[in-house]
Design a protein around this ligand. Structure first.
Ligand code: GDD
Ligand code: MN
Length: 372
């Protein structure tokens, strides 16, 4: 083992419900890296998987001192998991790879060799470089991936064919200066690091074949694109305004139109009284806004199941005062002869400001300490 010397290589592996893949990966790493006499360790970062991963990790770590792990409770996210794993390591080289056996571990020794050169600071396993294949990627996913690649290249200061891949190795000296600027949002840890580096990093790509997943399932869903755009927005605008606020404003802005659409349907088309049309439009818009914010703005604190119902109720509760102010105000303006659109709009704005202040504090409150 490492003795007094810093380890040569830490391999950080974020895992979420990968219990069946853990010991296979450790075996494969041992096979490849021991043969090359590399001084290595693997650091699994598990976000409280409910498939027995923690017990499996305890066993693995007890059997093999090259295995370490971190369990995070009440938090999720591939990027932030990778960052915390890297932070826990003192090795001279840091690799990040998936824990589902889709990344080819036999590339690791070759990556390490590349990092011995002064000309290379980051080696990226690329699905597009020479000798690479995309495996089971569908053509739609490939198109989305191409668009993402293009957007990422605008941000990262570095020419790369496959910046979206989650398989790479970096020198510690190159990683350290990025620490305070990392965003940790979403899936794209490499983009985050490259964009956070104070200077362009010297990158080399090595092709590999993207394997098939055998056990478990992919955690990437359609909203991964939203997280990716959030990451880019944070890199572009983060120093000006918090991106969460931008999302909330966008949802709120959309809410104004939804509100007016419902209002005009009820008031103009269906001939309801203005007061009840405005009240109904307010309540419906609140529910729609709640759902949108839950999925977009507060994706990382997303409420689901019973939490969703509780959240919706608290949303209604804390906003009921705002809603009251909203339609009282609108009704007052309308009765003063103000045009219905203006009256409705003014009421909705009063409600929206109230919503933001109250719900960011109460409805999507940051998770407090876990019950022990
Ligand atoms: N700790 C933690 N927390 N791990 C996570 C989380 C999370 O919230 N979400 C996913 N993971 C782990 C998975 O368990 C797996 O080990 C790895 O991150 C990749 O997740 P997959 O769900 O298998 O993603 P994918 O195969 O669809 O996408 C991968 O390949 C893409 C193309 O190379 C990822 O590496 C992407 O980042 C990459 O762009
Ligand atoms: Mn995968």
């Amino acid at each position: 083992m490492s003795g007094l010397m810093a380890e040569e290589l830490s391999i950080v592996v974020p895992v979420l419900n990968e219990a069946k893949n853990l010991s296979i990966l450790v075996d494969r790493l041992s096979e490849t890296l021991n043969k090359e006499r590399i001084d290595w360790e693997v650091v699994f970062v598990d976000d409280d998987s409910q498939d027995g991963s923690r017990a499996a990790l305890i066993d693995l770590a007890n059997q093999n001192s090259r295995v370490r792990f971190i369990t995070r409770i009440g938090r999720q996210g591939l990027s932030s998991a990778a960052i915390e794993g890297m932070l826990s390591s003192s090795a001279r080289h840091l690799a990040v790879m998936d824990g589902d056996l889709q990344h080819d571990e036999t590339l690791l020794p070759k990556m390490l060799v590349e990092l011995q050169s002064d000309e290379v600071e980051v080696v990226v396993g690329s699905r597009f470089a020479k000798g690479a294949s995309l495996g089971e990627f569908s053509s739609t996913r490939e198109k989305i991936s191409n668009l993402g690649n293009w957007l990422a290249r605008l941000t990262i200061k570095t020419e790369l064919k496959d910046p979206l891949n989650g398989f790479f190795m970096i020198k510690r000296e190159a990683f350290e200066p990025t620490l305070y600027d990392l965003s940790g949002t979403g899936f794209k840890i490499l983009v985050d690091i490259l964009a956070s580096s104070p200077r362009p990093l010297k990158v080399k790509e090595l092709g590999f074949n993207f394997g098939k997943r055998i056990h478990g399932e992919s955690k990437i869903d359609s909203l991964v694109a939203v997280e990716f755009l959030t990451l880019l927005a944070e890199k572009w605008l983060g120093f000006l305004v918090p991106v969460r606020f931008l999302f909330f404003t966008a949802v709120g802005g959309l809410g104004v139109f939804i509100h007016l659409a419902i209002l005009s349907l009820l008031f103009k088309t269906l001939g309801w009284q203005f007061y009840s049309a405005q009240a109904t439009a307010t309540l419906l818009t609140m529910a729609i806004n709640f759902s949108l914010n839950n999925v977009l703005t507060y994706r990382d604190r997303r409420l689901s199941g019973f939490g969703f119902i509780k959240g919706l109720l608290s949303f209604y509760l804390v906003c009921s005062v705002g809603a009251l102010a909203n339609f009282q105000f609108a009704e007052f303006l309308f009765s003063e002869g103000i045009h219905w659109i203006l009256a409705g709009l003014a009421g909705a704005i009063v409600g929206a400001v109230w919503n933001y202040a109250m719900t960011s504090t109460f409805t999507w409150a940051k998770k407090k300490k876990q019950k022990i």
